[in-house]
Design a protein around this ligand. Structure first.
Ligand SMILES: Cc1cc2nc3c(=O)[nH]c(=O)nc-3n(C[C@H](O)[C@H](O)[C@H](O)COP(=O)(O)OP(=O)(O)OC[C@H]3O[C@@H](n4cnc5c(N)ncnc54)[C@H](O)[C@@H]3O)c2cc1C
Length: 435
């Protein structure tokens, strides 16, 4: 450390500790090395190996085996957000949520590259990673979400860091979930607050399911305290009656639901949240900031700054900014499509993949796409296990170029049958993506 004063070294060490603890979504590295030779045929590069990306890789190879498909993912192992609320309450083990990328890549014949995408040059059709760059014919961007802490703290990096470390959101899979579980298990008394992010956010029912599972743990551990849910909306949606009856009948005296609580100020130091429904002091919390498309989408110039999400053709999910790019999963914005794993899997398989394969075959992509469905179970009781569900069937109005909801079925009466179906749903999707 020649050339640095002792004071500077202490300062640098402090900064390193800060940035090290804060989850950075991508580094500044932009390697000039080309990782793979130019493809002989068409090459599709997929950025992000989550629900959308893994589905895209498999179904592209199944539908058009001649394609070269490269899946780039920064994590070395997949962890599922769906069912993670059940894991918080010890209803499943962690290995239920974890999957490897190697098995499906080997089985379906796509290339898995464990690397972080640092930049995208759309003019040269290059994806830069920390290991080198790759060229593409078509790009599927499936980076999921990032947290918009700026909405609460502006550019105050110290506060963003403090909030994310002390009160992790755990809406992006990883160590935050482990930290949250520890918090819930160790909570003995007082007030625990859960903030519902403003819509549109990842998985509309997830905060309410999480609240039910936290309340289940508090009840089991005989915690002397309560869980306050601060919701910016006027009421819970979807499955509002199912969640409310669970809170009232199973967790009376534990759960307090506060609607119309739009965030005015979050103070993680003094542990106070100011909202349009009043001020709330807390002892511990799950503080969930607003969501936006994964940061790499913004870096690629594909995010609408007004919404924070990527504008797409609602039938093909082709980016409105660049016809060579398709946005799959939560980062895209289609009216009526929830940001769910089931929807990411469904629209990727039935819309994104079909559209790309049609384009490559010189056919009309809009004619090739099929209507998706969405199913979302929520566990509301841990003992006995009971769940509620919503199913949506969509239709495609190809003349207007819009998806519409054809049939919506909501089951608000919690039951053990739906709890069993929850786990069967997850097993079926994990099998489809990873086995
Ligand atoms: C608590 C909780 C419960 C949920 N429950 C359900 C449920 O019951 N049912 C349901 O259907 N949905 C549920 N969801 C929603 C579901 O998790 C998401 O909708 C789904 O993960 C979206 O898929 P995606 O592929 O868009 O994003 P993700 O699955 O998050 O995948 C994005 C991937 O991109 C990678 N990535 C990002 N940037 C880069 C980069 N620069 N370089 C390389 N890789 C990158 C990330 O590491 C990540 O693996 C839940 C979510 C949460 C938080």
């Amino acid at each position: 450390m020649k050339g640095f004063t002792r004071r500077e070294i202490v300062k640098l060490a402090g900064l390193g500790a800060l940035t090290g603890a804060f989850q950075l979504s991508y580094g500044a590295v932009k390697s000039p090395l080309r990782i793979l030779p130019s493809p002989k045929g068409k090459r599709i590069v997929i950025v992000g190996g989550g629900w959308a990306g893994v589905t895209a890789a498999k179904y592209l190879k199944k539908e058009e085996p001649s394609l070269e498909v490269i899946l780039i993912e920064k994590r070395s192992i997949f962890m599922s957000c769906p069912i993670s609320n059940l894991w918080l309450a010890d209803l499943v083990q962690m290995d239920f949520l974890m999957h490897d990328f190697h098995t499906p890549a080997a089985k379906y014949g796509y290339t898995f590259l464990n690397a972080t995408v640092t930049d995208i040059d759309r003019d040269r059709r290059r994806v830069y990673t920390d290991k080198g760059y790759i060229e593409y014919d078509y790009l599927i961007l499936a980076p999921g979400i990032d947290y918009n802490y700026e909405a609460w703290f502006g550019n105050d990096e110290k506060m963003k860091n403090l909030c994310s470390v002390k009160f992790p959101s755990a809406f992006i899979p990883g160590a935050e979930h482990v930290a949250l579980k520890r918090k819930i298990e160790n909570f003995e008394e007082g007030t625990f607050v859960l903030i519902v992010p403003p819509p549109p956010h990842r998985c509309p029912p997830a905060p309410y399911e999480r609240a039910a599972m936290i309340a289940h743990v508090f009840k089991r551990n005989e915690v002397e305290g309560k869980l306050i849910i601060l919701d910016p909306k006027d009421g819970i949606s979807p499955k509002g009656p199912g969640f409310m009856s669970a809170y009232e009948e199973l967790y009376s005296g534990i759960v307090e639901y506060i609607p119309k609580a739009k965030i005015k100020e979050v103070d993680p130091v003094n542990r106070v949240i100011k909202t349009t429904a009043g001020d709330f002091k807390f002892d511990d919390a799950n503080l969930n900031p607003p969501h936006r498309a994964g940061d790499i989408a913004k870096k690629a110039g594909l995010v609408n700054p007004k919404t924070g999400w990527c504008d797409v053709d609602p039938l093909t999910l082709q980016s409105k900014e660049d016809p060579r790019v398709f946005i799959a999963g939560d980062a895209s914005s289609v009216k009526g499509f929830p940001k769910s794993g089931d929807m990411a899997h469904n629209h990727t398989q039935n819309m994104v993949v079909k559209a790309i394969v049609a384009l490559i075959r010189g056919k009309d992509p809009r004619e090739a796409v099929k209507a998706p469905t969405n199913t979302c179970y929520s566990m509301v009781n841990g003992s006995p296990k009971e769940a509620i569900v919503i199913n949506v069937l969509y239709a495609l109005d190809k003349k207007k170029g819009l998806p519409t909801k054809r049939k919506v079925n909501v089951e608000n009466d919690r039951s053990p049958n739906l709890a069993r179906a929850t786990l069967e749903w997850a097993r079926a999707l994990y099998r489809d993506m990873f086995n």
